[in-house]
Design a binder for this molecule. Structure first.
Ligand SMILES: Nc1ncnc2c1ncn2[C@@H]1O[C@H](COP(=O)(O)OP(=O)(O)O)[C@@H](O)[C@H]1O
Ligand SMILES: [Mg+2]
Length: 287
């Protein structure tokens, strides 16, 4: 077992005196440390980032408890050394992670986290170089992280997290602010990493096309409550997605259109447009 939420609530203090903002209420959730690709979705303010931050101890529940590997986190039990171990195993990529770059060179920036987690200089360098290769940014090693493009900065920041080889990777809107090509490149990279290493990835996204293409399980939040947890096809086959203020992926709108207008019977198990087109070209469009 990787991460397990048991009846977790989280409230923030509001700006006004005595005001409390309930960000999570009664959350129960089990996530395996292997082989999951989960999308966390829901409208702005529904509690997605708060949920993710509980998965590596960046936030502590107001009540309930969270099991992360062998560690239990409750309001009271959260000692510092334990947190460091948790954060090594569960890596968190913030929204706009490039704002957290700070070293003189790209290589030094990527080496920072593994060194902080106890790797030697030599090991950290080896880790950093191998991750840079995976992300196609080896050639940037000696550049300043502030003199590269936005897409490259995003990759450097992501490399900083991958370099200490966490077991579970948390991504808070990884494609936000990237152009469509940059967004797909980044997603392909995470997908490849997930397939090759079987690492669990948990990603927040507002882009239903990306969610439908890459995730296998979807967790929906609505006003601090978990309102759906399961299969992506089922979510969009029912009205649950509408009730939770979500939009349908483009590929499904097209499938609906073809099924209605042309009386076809195409299943929702085509996860992106390319896949659907390939299927349609195959000719057998009634299956
Ligand atoms: N640091 C904070 N202090 C006070 N309220 C917060 C804080 N962070 C988030 N909130 C509030 O908690 C709720 C959930 O926020 P968040 O988890 O960021 O949602 P999402 O990521 O889905 O947009 C919102 O009402 C938000 O305004
Ligand atoms: Mg958020």
């Amino acid at each position: 077992m990787g991460i397990s939420f048991q009846n977790v609530d989280h409230s923030y203090k509001g700006a006004k005196k005595k005001e409390i903002i309930k960000a999570l209420e009664g959350i129960n959730l089990d996530i395996s440390d292997k082989g999951e690709f989960i999308a966390v979705v829901g409208k702005t303010g529904s509690g997605k980032s708060t949920l993710l931050k509980h998965m590596n101890g960046l936030q502590i529940p107001t009540s309930g408890n969270i099991q992360i590997f062998d560690y239990t986190i409750t309001k009271k039990k959260n000692k510092n050394p334990k947190m460091k171990k948790i954060r090594k195993r569960v890596g968190y990529v913030f929204q706009f992670p490039e704002y957290q770059l700070f070293e003189e060179t790209v290589l030094k920036d990527i080496m920072f986290a593994p060194k902080n987690f106890g790797f030697s200089e030599e090991e950290a360098k080896k880790k950093a170089l191998s991750i840079m290769k995976l992300l196609g940014i080896e050639h940037l090693a000696s550049k300043s992280p502030f003199n590269i493009s936005g897409g490259q900065m995003r990759r450097v920041a992501i490399a900083g997290v991958l370099s200490y080889d966490p077991d579970i990777i948390l991504l808070d809107e990884p494609t936000r602010g990237l152009d469509p090509k940059g967004a797909l490149d980044i997603m392909e990279l995470f997908y490849k990493l997930h397939k090759e290493t079987n690492k669990t990835i948990i990603m927040i996204s507002h882009d239903m096309d990306i969610v439908y293409k890459y995730a296998s399980r979807i967790v929906v939040l609505n006003d601090a409550h978990l309102t759906y947890d399961g299969d992506k096809v089922k979510l969009f086959e029912s009205d649950i997605y509408k009730e939770n203020h979500l939009t349908k992926p483009e590929v499904l709108k097209l499938i609906d259109y073809l099924n209605e207008k042309l009386k076809l019977n195409i299943s929702y198990e085509h996860y992106d447009l390319d896949d659907l087109l390939k299927y349609l070209e195959g000719g057998d469009i009634n299956g």
